[in-house]
Structures are given as structure tokens and as C-alpha cells.
Design a protein around this ligand. Structure first.
Ligand SMILES: [Mg+2]
Length: 400
């Protein structure tokens, strides 16, 4: 795909500048290898496994004094946010993403514990090892939940339900924690099903029962429909899957544009997405091509800062902590150079990424000729050989 559509060149200068500022191309290696749709596939067997109140349960497992108590993982300060709540805390209405101050008001006895990501990662490794005994295709959604495609019956257990039960039993025995599972013929329904009998529950929705199941549920539970879309739907009188199913494709297209077909399918229990194993992320970066070549040091440094901001945003969302920073410059004559620097420890914030980028850039200034492209890549991720660099809980990192 060409980076700058040719039409852009003829736009007035102001628009060119806006586009140049907004458009940093993703450069990424190691993700999303498989095509997303495979509608012709025969009926699949999908399991969604989800640990129960994961972070809070790990804390209660490791500290007997916390058992039976309302526990919130997260910061208790004024600006703190609840990252996870134990079931005892949930009875008081405490929920993840709730401001800690609100949680404390709802549940005065709430015990706050700081997160211990190393402990959560360790459990995550254990459960993924179990998943891989029964499925070749395992797609983690976060540290504590994953889709498994067990159509092939790798474990020779005879059924997806038997497989899900054995996985849950092994998780309990090997980690001391409980998991819930949903078994169905697609990802969307399997995920809804795992949530149906929490904690420590199993729900099986066979082919032929999916549409009826989906139609009984609130659209607030549909994975992929965020709070904004849910509110919009409710404003239009759609509260349940049945309400959604009652709308025809034309009506949906009018109100939800490109999402109409997807919504139409969901309401009927149809989801063609495949379970996609994440390959480990090897590198992550961004690069920007300029409409006018950059000459002045200040311009070049500004461009570096912009690209670093975008790259860091994406790294933070993925929880990817890299040690090697690579700067790429393409000159007016199309000569391209790359310079890399590896740091002793992973980069933990955007300022450190920028500092590393500036240190690489400094000896290359003043530039001998105009620069038409500047890129920054982050690599050498912590735990590179496993999947955690990809699957760290992005929302949690931004909440704490
Ligand atoms: Mg969970």
C-alpha cells in the first residue's frame, strides 16, 4: 500500500501539513499472521477460558489474611483506580476501572493491595502451558483469558466439553485458582458463555442454540460493543440481543454504518473469526514520510519527538518493554541509514524512548541533506520468546 496517496500532493498546503502531522505509519513485525475470516470452515469447537477475578484471586491465594475479605487490586490514593475486585468486594458493587475513592465509599472495609504483575505473569504461563496441551490454536486476550480452538481434539478427550472440564480441573490443581469456561461453535458465543456461570462455572452452547442464547442477553455483555455504542443502542431502543435481532440490515446500516453487518450477525449468533495464535512480537515502530524534506535540526528533533510519542503509545498499550531503539533516516537521495542502540534495561516511559532516540540522532546532525523519512523502532522485548510482550493487560497498565 503506498504510504502517501498521490491525490494528497495536490491538496492545499494547510491540509498537507495536517495530514503529515497525523499520519505515522505502523511498522510491526510478528503480529496477526493469519487471515481473519474463514466462513467456509465446518463447525468449529471453541473454548473460552477466563480466570475468576484473576488478580484479586492471586492475592487471596498468596495471602491467607485476604481470603473471604473484600479485596481490590490497585492504588488506594485519591487518584487510584480499582484494577480488579474480589467477589466479596463485587457484592458491594466494586468493579474494575472504578475510582478507588468511590469503591471505598461503597465498601468501607475494602482492602487495597498493590498489583504484582510478576505473580500474575507466572500464573499466566502456567495456564497457557495447560491450554497448549489441548489446542494448537490458542489466542490470549489478556494474561487470564484465551480462546482455544479444539476442533481437532488434540487431547483425544472426545468432546470440547470434556476438554474444558479437564482444563478447569488442571488449572485448579496446578495453580490453586478457579477458571470459568464457555464452550461453543464460535468465539463470540464462547466468550459470552464463559461469563454465564461465574465463578468456577462451565456453560456449553451447542450449534443451533446460539441465536436464542444471544437474544436473551443484554447488549452490554457483548464483547466488542463498548459503552458508547451500547448507550447509542439503548437510545434507539435496543437493550437485548432480541431487540438487535429485530432490526433489519437496512436499519442497522443507517445507524451503525460499517458495523451493521457485524451487528446483524451477532444478533443471530454468527461469528466467523478464527482463533489466531499470537506470534511473539519482535519489533514495534512507526515512521513518517514528510511532504517537504526536513533540514533544520529543530524540525528533525520535533519529528523524532512526534514519532516517539506514537511508538510509545503503542508499546505501552501492548505492555511491550523493549531495550533496543533503532532510528531510521531516509535522505532526499533515497539513501537510507539505520542506527541502533541497546540499553541495559527496558525502556519504561516515553521520555526514556525519546532520550534514546535523541542520543542516536545527535551525531547525525546537522544533516548533510534533506530528510524525507524518519522512523523509530523498539525491539528486544522482555520475555521475547513468549507471548507476554503481546498479551500484557493494556487497559490495566493505563489504569494504575
Ligand atoms: Mg478473568
Amino acid at each position: 500500500m503506498p504510504f502517501c496517496p498521490p491525490a494528497v500532493k495536490s491538496m492545499p498546503p494547510v491540509i498537507e501539513n495536517i495530514m503529515a502531522t497525523c499520519y505515522v505509519r505502523r511498522v510491526e513485525d510478528g503480529e496477526n499472521p493469519a487471515p481473519g475470516h474463514d466462513a467456509a470452515a465446518s463447525v468449529r469447537k471453541i473454548i473460552h477460558v477466563d480466570m475468576d477475578a484473576f488478580y484479586a484471586s492471586v492475592e487471596q491465594r498468596d495471602d491467607p489474611a485476604l481470603r473471604g475479605k473484600p479485596v481490590a487490586v490497585g492504588g488506594s490514593s485519591r487518584r487510584g483506580v480499582v484494577a480488579a475486585a474480589s467477589y466479596e468486594a463485587r457484592k458491594f458493587g466494586v468493579r474494575s476501572a472504578m475510582p478507588s475513592i468511590t469503591a471505598k465509599r461503597q465498601c468501607p472495609d475494602l482492602v487495597f493491595v498493590p498489583p504484582r504483575f510478576d505473580a500474575y505473569r507466572e500464573v499466566s504461563h502456567q495456564i497457557r502451558a495447560i491450554f497448549h496441551d489441548y489446542a494448537d490454536e490458542v489466542e490470549p486476550l489478556s494474561l487470564d483469558e484465551a480462546y482455544l480452538d479444539v476442533s481437532r481434539d488434540k487431547g483425544s478427550l472426545g468432546s470440547a466439553t470434556a476438554t474444558a472440564n479437564l482444563i478447569r480441573r488442571r488449572i485448579r490443581e496446578e495453580t490453586g485458582l478457579t477458571a470459568s469456561a464457555g464452550v461453543s461453535y464460535n468465539k463470540f458465543i464462547a466468550k459470552l458463555a464463559s461469563d454465564q456461570n461465574k465463578p468456577d462455572g462451565l456453560t456449553v452452547i451447542p450449534p443451533g442454540k446460539g441465536a436464542a442464547f444471544v437474544q436473551t442477553l443484554s447488549i452490554r455483555r457483548f464483547h466488542g460493543i463498548g459503552p458508547v455504542t451500547a448507550a447509542k443502542m439503548e437510545g434507539l431502543g435496543i437493550f437485548s440481543g432480541a431487540d438487535l435481532a429485530a432490526k433489519d440490515a437496512m436499519w442497522l446500516a443507517e445507524h451503525f454504518g460499517n458495523n451493521a453487518e457485524w451487528l446483524h450477525n451477532l444478533a443471530r449468533g454468527i461469528d466467523h473469526r478464527r482463533v489466531r495464535s499470537n506470534r511473539p512480537l519482535k519489533s514495534l515502530g512507526g515512521e513518517r514520510t514528510f511532504f517537504n524534506d526536513l533540514i533544520a535540526d529543530t524540525e528533525i528533533r520535533e519529528a523524532l519527538a512526534h514519532v516517539c510519542t506514537v511508538v510509545w503509545d503503542r508499546a505501552a498499550k501492548k505492555g511491550a518493554r523493549g531495550r533496543t531503539v533503532t532510528l531510521k533516516l531516509r535522505y532526499a537521495d533515497f539513501q537510507t541509514i539505520t542506527r541502533a542502540r541497546s540499553l541495559p534495561a527496558p525502556i519504561l516511559d516515553g521520555a526514556a524512548l525519546l532520550a534514546a532516540g535523541e542520543a542516536i540522532l545527535a551525531p547525525l546532525l546537522p544533516t548533510p541533506q534533506g530528510i524525507r523519512l524518519l522512523g523509530v523502532t523498539l525491539s528486544k522485548f522482555e520475555g521475547e520468546e513468549d507471548e507476554d510482550a503481546v498479551a500484557a493487560p493494556a487497559d490495566l497498565l493505563s489504569l494504575i
